[in-house]
Design a protein around this ligand. Structure first.
Ligand code: PRP
Length: 186
């Protein structure tokens, strides 16, 4: 059961605010150098990637455009994705001929991104790369080419900095591990 105090449901901090800040700055600098002289379209996948997108775009020094997509996997549960992806919000602008980077909070099974990569490739971008804050390789079902990675994490239920359980905990400023009793069946 959830506590009214978000922090009380956290078993431990996996990635601190300071670690996130430092790594996002590094990623922004790396992306800015790699794309020097070009323009980049950042496509954020709502809702989990919202804080990462907001911080990453401000760490990038080349011109960027942003677009937002929202997808949901259906047929799964609160903790497991099914691989069936529904687009709740599509791109607002064409990416035809543009350099595009998908900005994700976490790659778990890889099923969401596997779908999105195929979907966005079909829109004829000049290039398409992947930036994710977190990678949980233990649960991967399909291979995903990650170009920019914040942190590799173990197979634990993580929340915070955009990541939710039952839509809660997204506003925690760090990545934490959720206490098992919060999501365990009663
Ligand atoms: C999370 C995350 C990724 C996806 C990763 O989104 O933001 O999009 O799951 O899981 P996968 O690799 O197993 O496909 P979620 O569906 O929880 O939506 P949210 O971002 O709105 O929380």
């Amino acid at each position: 059961m959830r506590s009214p105090d978000l922090v009380a449901d956290v078993a431990g901090v996996l990635v601190s605010e300071e670690q996130i800040r430092a790594r996002v700055a590094e990623l922004g600098a790396q992306i800015s150098a790699d794309y020097a002289g070009r323009e980049l379209t950042l496509v954020s996948v709502l809702k989990g990637s919202l804080p990462f997108m907001a911080d990453l775009m401000r760490a990038i020094t080349i011109p960027v455009s942003i677009d937002l997509m929202e997808v949901s996997s259906y047929g799964g549960t609160a903790t497991e994705s099914s691989g069936l992806v529904r687009i709740l919000k599509d791109l607002s602008s064409s990416i035809d001929g543009r350099d595009v980077m998908i900005v994700e909070d976490i790659i778990d099974t890889g099923l969401t991104l596997n779908y999105l990569i195929r979907y966005l490739r079909g829109k004829n971008p000049r290039s398409l790369h992947i930036c994710t804050l977190l990678d949980k390789p233990a649960r991967r079902l399909v291979d995903i080419p990650i170009d920019y990675l914040g942190f590799t994490i173990p197979d634990q239920f993580v929340i915070g900095y955009g990541l939710d359980y039952g839509e809660h905990y997204r506003n925690l400023p760090f990545i934490g591990v959720l206490k098992p009793e919060v999501y365990a069946a009663p």
